[in-house]
Design a protein around this ligand. Sequence first.
Ligand code: ADP
Ligand code: MG
Length: 469
Amino acid sequence: MSLVQARVLEHIEEDSSSAIWSSVSSSLKKEYGEETFKSWISKVDFVGCSNGHLDFTVPTRFIRDWIATHYEKRLLKLWRQHDSNVTKINIIIASKKNPNPEILKSERVNAETLSSSEPVAIEQSNINISNLDRRFTFENFVVGKPNELAYAAAKAVAESGVVQACYNPLLLYGGVGLGKTHLMHAIAWHIHKNNPKRKVAYLSAEKYMYQFVKALRSKDTMSFKEQFRSVDVLMVDDVQFICGKDSTQEEFFHTFNELIDNNRQIVISCDRSPSDLEDMEERIRSRLGWGLVADVHSTTYELRLGILQSKLDQMNISIPQNVVEFLAAKISSNVRELEGALNKVIAHSNLIGREVTLEVTQEILRDLLRSNERVTTIEDIQKKVAERFNVKVSDMSSPRRLRSIARPRQIAMYLAKALTLRSLSEIGKKFGGKDHTTVMHAVKKVEELISTDVEFGEDVRLLKRILQC
Ligand code: ADP
Ligand code: MG
């Protein structure tokens, strides 16, 4: 074949493949509809065909990924109806920022090649570790009954290389300071260490909204969408924040759906159960609960004790056991406060240069203890004790001396002394205006019975534990 003939043939081939492309793309338009065609397929430019490979360009990586997962197979099949020599499709990113098209391997690109408007969470590397707390690892997380499900689920998500539908999305919910953020960071750290190629984005819902609003303002929502939709694991903390923020919520819902549909992992935290997210649209609320919903319960005394011990071990510091127990018993609101209290005690002991005693601890933490005291009130104690012994709550403040009434009343007084910071006379007042000596007598009597009567002791301990939770 002469050179001229070869050139002519090339042209004919080019012409015919262009014709095939226009036929294939109009078939795709018919199959997927005008809307989809406009959003996605029309963004694809046909470059040429060589050695059975079709080359296309798209403006962004996001579009490339989308086309590859949704339309590529169909495109190839349609093309092969015209030309069965075609076996492979290459989709090349040729954006304005990247004028030299580069064929990207099937594995996802590193975040370095992303445009400059990345969210903080995935700048520079696959995980922006600068917004993760170093201490929030699985190793530093103390597991107990209240958080064992959340912990196990977080671990499963972190350790599993493939996304499992039963854990997707993983929704962690529970009150403030109970370890939700800790677990999310732990997932990110674990993946960072063991599977650095997976792209993880962690950010608060507040930051998500901020980024979205910024993108809206600069009319650049496309790259906003792209950054989030290109990750393997998306973690959004405190999702309750976007309740009632309609457009952010809507955008989040789309991102959420696309990621789930593309088999990417989503982890969300929330300070209440999805059904309590009043200002969240129903369809979003219900979708949040599609995977695994893990409730982080309030801490128990044992868990608080474990957490304090673990913190002390980490810092290689020791404080007297009775102080540790005191803190675990009194600071029951949440772990953040518990840690705060411990740090305060340690700082103080460093300052005064000697070991802290229980008295000093009480003094240092007076305000904090007052606010925590609200957790167990004398009214709570009276109610629980009355319930347990089948007497009326009003009997707690009555003058009746019948043993079946007087004994529970004494137990309640004892518990009021042990679990609140009220003085003996304050307690007496709450029990129908009794004298402080009556309260003191009750405390002594109950202590004596605890040490002599095993069953009685168990009863009181159980009540104490219930009241502390
Ligand atoms: P949340 O996000 O639920 O409000 P965080 O994850 O911020 O709570 O936790 C508050 C603090 O308590 C953090 O310093 C965290 O490390 C600590 N913490 C919570 N639960 C545990 C736990 N089970 N073991 C160790 N530390 C914990
Ligand atoms: Mg948090």
